[in-house]
Each structure stands twice: as structure tokens, then as C-alpha cells.
Design a protein around this ligand. Structure first.
Ligand code: S3P
Length: 172
């Protein structure tokens, strides 16, 4: 089983993914970290400034292709993977569950402002809001399961994903 977490910036994909993989005792891949590591950039702000957004999108396709044959892992995606349908053709190969972490826009703003991770596409709150509205139907369309994250702890979200993916917690 490959569990793929999707959602807008600040939806908690990385924290939930790390904790989920730990609880299931399977590997965890954070796509942004992997891309920064492989391309040699320190953060997304520098990557965007020097190479542009298309460079990131090409890396995302490349990684999705590589991960298509893997199983027993949790993948935390970048918020923009829904911009390329080909990514899901790769990610959805084999036994998978694409989980959408949902939250109201205000929660994303709150979480992103507390987080030090540079997010060039969240520099302008109004533009980010337009992007959020544009992407909502895409997250819904590509996901197999949607989890409402508002007012829930990471461990509550993790347990909900496990129960809805496998039917119960104890067997994992
Ligand atoms: C992006 C989301 C970021 C990162 C990049 C672009 C997006 O990942 O991939 O800054 O297009 O939504 P997170 O969703 O992990 O912040």
C-alpha cells in the first residue's frame, strides 16, 4: 500500500505523513525535501528565483515516475502536484490511497505564518487564496479519501487515515 498525502500549503502533509509512516513502520518520502536535496537548492524560494516553477513541476513528474513502482510507503507531496495530471497516473499505479487533508483557507494562512518553510506561492495572501480556490476541486478529484483536519491533532488525523485505509488500527 502506498499512502499519498495531498492538500494545499500548510495542510499538515509533512507532519501527518511522518507520524503516519512511523506508526505504520513504513518508509516516508517528503517530495519537496527530495527535490531540494537532488537539485542542490536550500529552499523553494531560491529554487523558484533561479529556475522557476516549471523546474519544480518537472522534478515532481520525475519523482512520481520513480515512485510508481514502490509500495509500503507514505509520500507527502507538494501542494502543486495537482497541477499535472500525469503525476497521478504515476502515483496511482499499484495499491494506493490518495488522502486529501482538508482545511479552511484561514487555517492554511495561520499554519503557514507559523512555519518557517519558505513558500514562494504563499508570499501574497490574496493570490494564494485564488490558488486555493482554483485547486480545491483538483484535490477533491484526485483523492480517494478526504479528511477534515480542522481542530484535530496530528495523532487523531493519523488514526483516522489508518482506520479509513485498513479498517482498524490494531492490525497495523
Ligand atoms: C507549492 C507547495 C510547496 C512547494 C512549493 C510549491 C505549491 O509544498 O512544493 O513551494 O505549488 O502549492 P507544501 O505544500 O509542502 O508547502
Amino acid at each position: 500500500m502506498k499512502i499519498i498525502l495531498i492538500g494545499f500549503m500548510g495542510s499538515g502533509k509533512t507532519s501527518v505523513g511522518r507520524s503516519l509512516a512511523k506508526k505504520l513502520n513504513i518508509n516516508f518520502i517528503e517530495m519537496d525535501e527530495e527535490i531540494l536535496h537532488r537539485s542542490g537548492f536550500n529552499n523553494m524560494k531560491t529554487l523558484f528565483a533561479q529556475k522557476g516553477e516549471v523546474f519544480l513541476r518537472e522534478w515532481e513528474i520525475q519523482l512520481a515516475k520513480e515512485f510508481s513502482s514502490l509500495s509500503n510507503l507514505v509520500i507527502s507531496t507538494g501542494g502543486g502536484v495537482v497541477m499535472n495530471s500525469i503525476i497521478f497516473e504515476y502515483l496511482k499505479k499499484g495499491d494506493h490511497n490518495v488522502v486529501y487533508l482538508q482545511a479552511p483557507y484561514e487555517s492554511h494562512v495561520r499554519r503557514v505564518s507559523k512555519d518557517k518553510t519558505p513558500r514562494p506561492l504563499f508570499d501574497n495572501i490574496e493570490n494564494a487564496n485564488k490558488l486555493y480556490k482554483f485547486r480545491l476541486p483538483l484535490y477533491e478529484n484526485y483523492s480517494d479519501l478526504a479528511i477534515q483536519t480542522e481542530d484535530k491533532s496530528i495523532s487523531e488525523i493519523v488514526d483516522e487515515i489508518i482506520i479509513k485505509t485498513y479498517g482498524n488500527i490494531s492490525k497495523n
